[in-house]
Design a protein around this ligand. Structure first.
Ligand code: FAD
Length: 490
């Protein structure tokens, strides 16, 4: 029997749940634990004001996604009973002031592995604990926290395969937590900014038409996409994932980046399907989720992953300064159809197929011999899934200077890649419509098409579509020479 002194009374002082890269209510450990306390819950999102101090500010496409994802999250939280509070500025000051004003007992959040975010969180923790306010933080972004995956020597893995073996066989990611049935709001409500006043959406010009056509941000849409993917698309994942002209991958990347869905939800939902003869496809898919875990671990141990090559010899590589070439790359006007299709897909839809990210990345870094950081920054601004760990680690990988990298001497041939992975030219035709009438044989190399074939397809090279801005063979030799020189100097 419970004595009167131990009767559990409802807690009246609220807990603040600080949302960041976890814009969901299901499998949200911070929210779950705040609700478990039994008291009122104040959900807050803070737009960091100082780009020098804190997480890397999202680029244009990321801001677009964030706006819409916050809209959805706010609707959900309102429905659950406690509206989302929006604030802009210094998180340390805002949370300290808000916790005091509300008489909050605790502030809870899920980890963000962006080094700037982690440094900011340390300051918040310090300021709150100094005021006697409890701080609790949780893993909501990864299957397993990076510190828990170590080699036998106790060091972080630098190579993916053993990392993945250790994670996938030695760890059992926790089961996802349910969404709360309801939330108690604090008495009196809390003042909030208006999302529209944050200016996250592009206005003049409004370049987001293609993003609106392709994407519906938010937790509900993320769950639907996961179901569609696991019901159908995953069956063909092992080959479909390399075909940019097909809807052959999960397209969960922006959802994972913004935390509309958790990797644990993905992991357990996928594992449940693995017995329908789908095991190899599911394993191939989860391996990609494993890459995401790997890159986050790399970022934690290499906070300057976005700027400093892991292989320091690459600081000595004689990169070229070719502003016109880089601009042609950004605009999808290099004269190589698969490269241009990728760069235009990125610009129009805020996303690019993985195979084409590798081809366009290789083209920038090797054919143009431009610094990989230039590509990283462009992707950061234009990808809806631009992720502080995935973008940086993959650019280092493609440049050959990261952990477990593609060797620098592996130079993607844009014509052969196009022929192999877009054999019917569907992808090029979709994003480079001025080449749509070319026969398959020339779709990846229009400069080799006879004059009458070009004329019949309405293509005038140099006018309706550019001539190649570099000769791939010559550019490849130039890159390899620069690489050899760098190695000799090291
Ligand atoms: P799926 O094939 O369905 O994979 C499922 C999930 O696994 C992805 O959503 C993603 O979270 C993860 N994943 C897949 N491939 C990788 C990978 N190579 N590295 C790390 N995680 C991976 N991914 C991002 O999420 N954000 C980025 O900013 C980003 N920048 C990239 C830059 C370059 C130069 C390259 C080559 C790759 C980059 N990637 C990035 C990785 C990959 O291209 C995307 O994750 C993938 O295309 C997203 O599509 P999807 O969700 O359909 O992938």
């Amino acid at each position: 029997m419970t004595s009167p002194s131990t009767t559990i009374r409802p807690v009246d002082s609220p807990a603040i749940v600080w949302f960041r890269r976890d814009l969901r209510v299901a499998d949200n450990p911070a929210l779950h634990h705040a609700v478990e306390r039994g008291g009122p819950v104040v959900p807050v999102f803070i737009l960091d004001a100082d780009p020098e101090d804190g997480p890397r500010p999202p680029g244009g496409a990321g801001r677009w996604w964030l706006h819409h994802s916050l809209e959805r999250l706010a609707e959900t939280l309102r429905g659950l009973g406690s509206p989302l509070v929006l604030r802009r500025g210094d998180a340390v000051a805002i949370l300290a002031e808000m916790a005091e004003a509300l008489g909050a007992e605790a502030v809870m959040w899920n980890h963000d592995h962006d080094p700037g975010a982690a440094a900011r969180d340390d300051k918040v923790r310090e300021a709150l604990t100094a005021k006697g306010i409890a701080v609790e933080s949780f893993n909501g972004a990864l299957l397993v926290e990076p510190e828990a995956i170590r080699s036998k020597a106790g060091t972080p893995f630098k190579v993916f395969t053993p990392f993945w073996k250790t994670l996938s066989t030695g760890h059992d990611p926790a089961r996802p937590l349910p969404a709360p049935a309801g939330l108690r709001a604090p008495a009196g409500g809390v003042a909030s900014d208006r999302l529209e006043d944050w200016g996250l959406l592009p206005v003049t010009p409004d370049w987001a038409g293609g993003l609106r056509e392709d994407w519906v941000p938010g937790e509900a849409a993320a769950g639907e996409r996961l179901t569609d993917f696991l019901d159908e698309i995953v069956r063909d994942y092992r080959t479909g994932r390399d075909r940019p002209g097909r809807d052959g991958t999960s397209r969960l990347s922006p959802r994972l980046r913004w935390g509309e869905i958790s990797p644990r939800q993905v992991w357990h939902a996928a594992r449940m399907r693995a017995d329908d003869g789908l095991e190899p496809a599911i394993e191939a898919f989860l391996r990609e989720i494993g890459w995401r875990e790997f890159t986050h671990g790399l970022l934690v141990t290499n906070p300057d992953l976005g700027t400093e090559p892991m292989d320091k010899r690459f600081n000595k590589l004689r990169w070229r300064d070719d502003d016109a070439g880089v601009e042609a790359w950004r605009r999808g006007k290099t004269g190589y159809p698969i490269v241009d299709a990728g760069m235009r897909q990125l610009w129009q839809t805020g996303w690019m197929h993985n195979r084409v990210r590798m081809i366009t990345g290789s083209f920038l870094v090797k054919d143009l011999l431009a610094r990989w950081q230039i590509g990283e920054e462009w992707f950061w601004d234009t990808l809806v899934d631009a992720c502080p760990a995935n973008n940086t680690a993959n650019w280092q990988w493609i440049a050959g200077c990261g952990a477990d990298p593609a060797p620098f001497f592996r130079v993607f041939n844009p014509v052969l890649q196009g022929r192999k992975f877009d054999p019917e030219g569907d992808y090029v035709r979709q994003f480079v419509p001025e080449l749509a009438e070319l026969p398959n044989r020339y779709i990846h190399e229009p400069w080799n098409a006879p004059t009458d074939v070009l004329a019949k397809a309405g293509v005038e090279l140099g006018t309706t579509y550019p001539n190649p801005i570099v000769d791939h063979g010559t550019a490849r030799d130039r890159a390899l020479a620069a690489f050899r020189e760098m190695r000799a100097a090291a």
